[in-house]
Design a protein around this ligand. Structure first.
Ligand SMILES: Cc1ncc(COP(=O)(O)O)c(C=O)c1O
Length: 408
């Protein structure tokens, strides 16, 4: 296999890969749920707690200044990662879900009114469905859904038909977690803007595989989670265009998000602090910078090329398994392999693979409407990251043959 980097040495960066599960060396193929963390990220978290744990922004002592500086450096690093024009366009959140809820609850509540339309797609994660349903219920807006074809690609002609002068918001996933499909988001954004609608991209999956440039995409909002990019859990970012963030009301009230408080009236802080009430997840924000540095040192294009080779290899190998059907065969996709096997429940596949030390995800992957579209209740999903190998895929194939022998 053509590897632009030394996989053996990359694997050494991830201590968890040495774990033994059910007497077998761990094979971790649940990367779309969360990726493992390299030593540099683990060290950054413990380093913060061991050497400069302090609350940020308002302290004048040494530790507080050091923590504040590391926290704000992380913001600048993420600004560069997304190519955002201004660092204040980067709002720290607890993850993709939090970012989407923030936009629905602030932009949505302020600017959408009865009869306005919101467009999402059939392949959305529940976190990009429910906040819009809640908003529509509250405001009397109408939720419309872009259909997909059997390969798991958006029907762009149908999307165009859904767009009207009543469309005020389009919120779609950049890359599907269940199918791996890479959506034509630039075209989606252009067409939404042509009718005056704003666009949010759910970047939970795209951010670890694709080069991101929010200025080039011209999206209005972009929400992602660091735990899917080799970073810590419990933190993410919401990118928003500065003029929109400025026009939006705050999300949560409390410390840090205010300029001045009296019992009569409160004035709000400037961006991005207006959206960062309370003590943030400082340790994980600080560590996020190290995750991004790690990814960019390897090179996103190199990572994607390697993962695509793994996907190709695995796709060809599973095609030999009788009764196995891949769900999600888009022309443009990332290293996510979702499948069903005739007569065998996805959960049984997961349990039997786990007995062989192989971690895959089974179920609806928080995309129940998408599962209904394919008339299934769930899939088994193997998703590949930079530390996975062809030899591990061979073990998966061997494991699936065993599952077939036992249950098929
Ligand atoms: C496409 C997509 N959107 C949103 C999310 C939610 O991310 P989080 O749970 O980190 O908020 C996920 C997580 O699996 C996802 O895959």
């Amino acid at each position: 296999m053509n590897t632009p980097f030394d996989i053996a040495s990359i694997r050494k960066d991830f201590p968890i890969l040495n774990e033994v599960v059910n007497g077998k060396q761990l094979v971790y193929f649940d990367n779309a749920a969360t990726t493992q963390k390299p030593r540099v990220v683990l060290d950054a978290i413990s380093g913060y707690y061991e050497h400069y744990n302090a609350n940020i922004h308002r302290g004048i002592h040494h530790l507080a200044e050091k923590a504040t500086s590391a926290f704000e450096q992380s913001r600048k690093r993420l600004q560069a990662f997304l190519n955002a024009q201004f660092s204040e366009e980067i709002v720290f959140t607890s993850g993709t879900t939090d970012g989407i809820n923030l936009v629905a609850a602030t932009y949505g509540r302020k600017f959408l009114k009865e009869g306005d339309e919101v467009i999402i797609s059939t392949m959305e994660h529940h976190s990009n469905i429910v906040p819009w349903q809640m908003l529509c219920e509250e405001k009397g807006c109408i939720l419309k859904v872009i259909p997909i074809n059997d390969e798991g690609e958006l029907l762009m002609d149908e999307y165009e038909k859904l767009l009207t002068e009543r469309t005020k918001f389009v919120s779609v996933v950049h890359v599907s977690n269940s199918l791996g499909t890479i959506n034509p988001v630039k075209e989606i954004i252009e067409k939404a803007h042509a009718v005056g609608a704003k666009v949010l991209l759910d970047g939970a999956q795209a951010s670890s595989h694709l080069h991101l440039d929010v200025q080039d995409l011209d999206c209005d909002f972009y929400s992602l989670s660091l735990h899917k990019i080799y970073g810590p859990t419990g933190m993410g970012i919401l990118y928003g265009k500065k003029d929109l963030l400025n026009a939006m009301p705050p999300y949560r009230g409390g410390g840090e998000m205010i300029k001045e408080v009296t019992f009569e009236k409160t004035t709000y802080n400037e961006l991005p602090y207006k959206f960062e009430a309370g003590t943030p997840n400082i340790a994980d924000v600080v560590a996020a910078k190290y995750a991004i540095d790690y990814v960019e040192t390897l090179g996103k294009a190199n990572i994607a090329a390697y993962e695509n080779e793994l996907l190709k290899y695995a796709t060809e190998a599973v095609s030999e398994i009788e009764g196995l059907k891949i769900i999600g065969q888009a022309k443009e996709k990332v290293s996510v392999l979702s499948f069903v096997i005739d007569g065998i429940h996805h959960q049984d596949i997961g349990v039997l693979l786990d007995q062989q030390g192989i971690a895959v995800r089974t179920g609806h992957h928080c995309t129940q409407p998408l599962m209904s579209r394919f008339n299934i209740t769930g899939t088994s999903r193997a998703s590949f990251a930079v530390y996975n190998t062809k030899e591990e895929i061979d073990l998966l194939i061997k494991g699936l043959h065993k599952v077939k022998r036992m249950l098929g």
